[in-house]
Design a binder for this molecule. Sequence first.
Ligand code: SF4
Ligand code: SF4
Length: 170
Amino acid sequence: MNVAEKRVLRYLETEKMLNDFFDAFGYCFDRCIRVEIEKNGGMPVSACCKNRYHCLYDLDDPAFGILRSERETLYGKPEDQVNPNPVSPCEYHGSSGCRLATHKSPICLAFMCRESIDALRENYGIFSYDYLGMNYALEWILTGDFSEKDYTDFKENIIRMTERIRQTRL
Ligand code: SF4
Ligand code: SF4
């Protein structure tokens, strides 16, 4: 395994931790998407997926290329996605939302809107989620510009936030 492949592996491990965090939080579907679908008479909505964010901010770096290539092997190329009634310019946005269960781009993985960040603060007392900071951290995992110490702190923070949500919801 070469260096870029190892970085992608680390990125995917981090993605799993972030998916756990978002699952525990549960805000996007419960408080936003479900409500928007109801308002839209049961038809799909795009919520915050209003651009082709899967590639919009890709960096010219081998690990970004590997991430994209693995994504396309697993989920198909963007141009091969079938969307008869598209609600978003993003090809991976299907009728039930994002088709990418894994291998999202850093910005897709990191993004939280103002309302969801406010809910994180008000409901769980979590003030440490900064979505641009999260985006850069994910980019640095891919480019290798993240020190081991910063990576360890970053992972521990995700685990801490997830545990805090779980404990509060018990
Ligand atoms: S980040 Fe905000 S706009 Fe996007 S799905 Fe979640 S709650 Fe909705
Ligand atoms: S890849 Fe997924 S999360 Fe990113 S913009 Fe498209 S539908 Fe949204």
